[in-house]
Design a protein around this ligand. Structure first.
Ligand SMILES: [Fe+2]
Ligand SMILES: [Fe+2]
Length: 453
């Protein structure tokens, strides 16, 4: 049969599903980016606005408390009745405005004057006595408390001596300041407006970026597809090259690739290992390009010396794979497909699980297809005999657990492949191969048709 080029149209359906998955992934990432920016920028603005508001409230509280502290030219430790009355009157004036509680302390932190707005005793007790943490060096301190939608600022202001009083701190003014509701509402609405503006700006920016990213992504997918098709064609060309020399068609490569990938799927082999298995199956005997015709094409049994030469197709194949990073994934199959489970194979005589899994899978499918195919020196075996051969050689040639899985799935696969024209079969397998490689571009879950080993 004339060798078919790798069909460039086979990827249309798989590429479409890849594009859809990529599209969804971009949408999810854009949404996450939008959410992240809203949280980070919104949070920063919220923090800065709250900080600005705190400074504003601080200035307001200081301004009002100055009315009392400016007139304080008494010795707080020894207040007479007149002074006590005067200061209490001043404190009473303050609690009629924005202060709920006003207190004066001497340097020994003894309460000397106190005024509480009528009805606000509960607020005073709710805020608690922690405002009595007097500053160490006479600095101003303040605390913020939210309760019932109202904002309270507890200020503790060191009082400096004035008039005849000595300079330096002579006592402390302490007050619970209720932030004016109108001011609070203005600040709140300003904050909400700013946050809304930022969210809308981020949303618009994200929406503008979306078509740009999609256009770039479409171009990238197109280029990736072209590159992928080029690589698959390279794989096909190499497979054909050895098939032509071997006077065979490339259909053996296609069939073993199909059996191998189905067996890989049946044991839930990870997707990247299935791709390596596909490449390995397709190129398993690529090293035979370097074997001379008298040995490669010899119809009879090879002499021991000729067989030794034939064995070199394994290192020759490895050498060829090293010329391309893309097909280097095929190495395990190419290097170890003649190893046997009992250690009697070549080139290294590895046994059991020391043989890479992909090579153990491939050894089964390669022998099965060779037995069930017609060759110039033999007829095709019936499927039952080929299955018997696999069973009988489990433990010696083949991994028994893999062989068990294979014999359960192979009858259906065999009939599927042999019920088609060769061209149909090649088309179908090319579709399968391309689908496995196209899904490398997105994290697409492997089909869950696991058969336990
Ligand atoms: Fe081989
Ligand atoms: Fe083969």
């Amino acid at each position: 049969m004339k060798q078919k080029p790798f069909n460039a149209n086979i990827d249309s359906q798989a590429a479409l599903s890849t594009a859809r998955l990529t599209h969804r992934k971009i949408l999810i990432r854009l949404f996450l980016g939008w959410l992240f920016l809203c949280i980070v920028i919104g949070g920063a603005i919220l923090w800065s606005e709250v900080h600005r508001f705190q400074r504003l409230a601080h200035q307001l509280a200081l301004h009002e408390s100055a009315i009392l502290s400016d007139e304080l030219n008494y010795d707080l430790a020894h207040l007479d009745t007149t002074a006590q009355q005067h200061l209490t009157n001043l404190a009473q004036q303050l609690v009629k405005q924005n202060f709920l509680v006003v207190e004066l302390y001497d340097l020994d932190q003894q309460l000397k004057v106190e005024a509480i707005r009528p009805g606000e005793e509960a607020t005073e007790s709710w805020i608690g006595r922690h405002r009595h943490q007097f500053p160490q060096r006479g600095e101003f301190t303040h605390e913020f408390h939210f309760n019932g939608g109202k904002l309270f600022i507890v200020v503790l202001v060191p009082i400096k001596g004035s008039g005849t009083m000595p300079t330096g701190t002579i006592g402390y003014f302490e007050g619970i300041y209720l932030v004016d509701e109108k001011n609070l509402d203005t600040i709140k609405s300003d904050l909400i407006r700013t946050l809304l503006f930022i969210s809308i700006s981020i949303t618009f920016t994200t929406l503008l970026m979306y078509p740009l990213i999609m256009t770039l992504n479409r171009g990238l997918i197109r280029l990736s597809n072209d590159l992928l098709m080029g690589n698959l064609e390279l794989m096909n060309v190499l497979g054909c090259a050895i098939a032509e020399r071997d006077s065979d068609t490339n259909t053996h490569n296609y069939r073993v690739t199909y059996y191998a990938l189905r067996l890989g799927e049946a044991i839930s082999l990870p997707r990247h290992e299935i791709r390596n298995l596909i490449m390995g199956a397709f190129l398993h005997d690529v090293g035979k390009i370097g074997i001379r015709d008298p040995i490669l094409l010899k119809p009879g049994k090879l002499t021991p010396r000729e067989f030794e030469i034939m064995k070199t197709h394994v290192p020759l194949g490895v050498d060829i794979l090293e010329q391309s990073s893309w097909i280097s994934g095929a190495r395990e199959v190419v290097e170890f497909h003649h190893e046997k489970y009992d250690g009697s194979g070549y080139p290294k005589g590895l046994a059991g699980d020391a043989i890479p899994l992909s090579a153990r899978i491939f050894a089964i499918v390669d022998v099965f297809d060779a037995l069930t195919s017609e060759r110039p020196y033999k007829t095709a075996w019936p499927i039952e005999e080929a299955i018997n051969h696999i069973v009988q050689n489990s433990n010696q040639h083949f991994d028994p657990q893999l062989a068990n899985v294979f014999i359960t799935i192979v009858p259906a696969l065999f009939h599927e492949l042999h019920s088609m024209e060769e061209s149909q079969m090649v088309n179908m397998i090319q579709h399968c191969i391309a689908r496995h490689f196209l899904t490398t571009m997105v994290d697409h879950p492997a089909p869950k048709r696991a058969v336990r080993l």
